[in-house]
Design a protein around this ligand. Structure first.
Ligand SMILES: NC(=O)c1ccc[n+]([C@@H]2O[C@H](COP(=O)([O-])OP(=O)(O)OC[C@H]3O[C@@H](n4cnc5c(N)ncnc54)[C@H](O)[C@@H]3O)[C@@H](O)[C@H]2O)c1
Length: 284
């Protein structure tokens, strides 16, 4: 199946990155956001990122021009009517996602694939909200999507082998990504391993075991991680870490997935990490 027109629902941290990756690969890419202000913010974020990639020599002028020409923005989900694939990247909230998947099922052409970038929610539940569960798959990109090579292709019980194969083929052969396949269980492969580690680091900071800087320095210097766990929480967004942990705790009922009190307090205070300017570190 040829995928030449892609839609990205939600142009925040992940949606912007995914849209940029698609546009850089020469795919016509339409980003749909909630309102004109959010569309403008997504366009600005993607534009600046493309300019940085050009300035750093990661793309040449031709690729920059192709990407800019291939991108468009809208506030109307109905504008996805001609898309071959839509990748949903809105807030990590099951009710909000199922509501939007029901609408995507009505809007998209019959051959289209409906993908979610969810970090933890059930692809099967999203599929059940549509009239075509066989066409729904998980396509989990990593942050920043323009840099991280991996995409997890998540197969729900109802996902058709054809949709999974087409999604994986698009990621590998069009976007140049590396793919792993996994079952529809909260956290998939990477977050199942990563989230308990991040939560442990937050608990260490919470009980004053070590300073935030020393916890991060420990994992950078001792394990050769490019980034410490609390720096990574700030990059991912503390609200996203909390939401993913909640879903995993709900699914497995094991204490290692329970969001620690400090995480809850920071999210309640609006300290979400890089995107809000304050998290474990200050970005002002
Ligand atoms: N942040 C990460 O590191 C990361 C990594 C992998 C996957 N994810 C997943 O990606 C998804 C998005 O996360 P994010 O970090 O980009 O969140 P974000 O808060 O940065 O962006 C979400 C965007 O969705 C938009 N939105 C909300 N409802 C919408 C709707 N109905 N229609 C169109 N747009 C809508 C918001 O305006 C916002 O711009 C989540 O499911 C998250 O779990 C996040």
């Amino acid at each position: 199946m040829e995928i030449s027109k892609v839609g990205v629902l939600g142009g925040g941290t992940m949606g912007s990155g995914i849209a940029e990756v698609c546009a850089r690969s020469g795919v016509e890419t339409l980003v749909v956001e909630v309102d004109a202000q959010a569309c403008a913010a997504a366009a600005e974020r993607i534009g600046k990122s493309l300019d940085r990639a050009l300035a750093r020599g990661r793309i040449d002028e031709g690729a920059h021009a192709v990407a800019v020409a291939g991108l468009s923005y809208s506030t109307e989900i109905a504008d996805f009517a001609d898309r071959d694939l839509v990748i949903e990247a809105i807030v990590e909230d099951l009710a909000e996602k199922t509501r939007n998947f029901a609408v995507l099922g009505e809007v998209l052409p019959p051959h289209a694939i409906l993908a979610s970038n969810t970090s933890s929610l059930s692809i099967g539940e999203l599929a059940a909200a549509t009239d075509r569960p066989g066409s729904v798959v998980g396509m989990h990109f990593f942050n920043p999507a323009t840099v991280q090579p991996l995409v997890e292709i998540v197969e729900a019980i109802e996902s058709s082998p054809g949709a999974c194969a087409a999604a994986a083929d698009f990621c590998v052969n069009t976007l140049g990504k590396q793919v792993i396949r996994c079952a529809d269980r909260a956290g998939f492969v990477v977050n199942r391993l990563l989230v308990p580690y991040l939560l442990s680091a937050i608990s260490l900071a919470d009980c004053g075991w070590a300073t935030v800087k020393d916890i991060d320095a420990g994992m950078r210097g001792g394990c050769a991680h490019p980034m410490g766990p609390l720096e990574l929480c700030d990059l991912v967004g503390l609200d996203v870490v909390e939401a993913v942990a909640e879903v995993m705790y709900e699914e497995y009922r094991e204490p290692l997935y329970a969001p620690p009190p400090l995480l809850r307090r920071m999210v309640a205070a609006g300290r979400l990490g890089r995107k809000s300017g304050e998290g474990f570190y200050s970005y002002s």
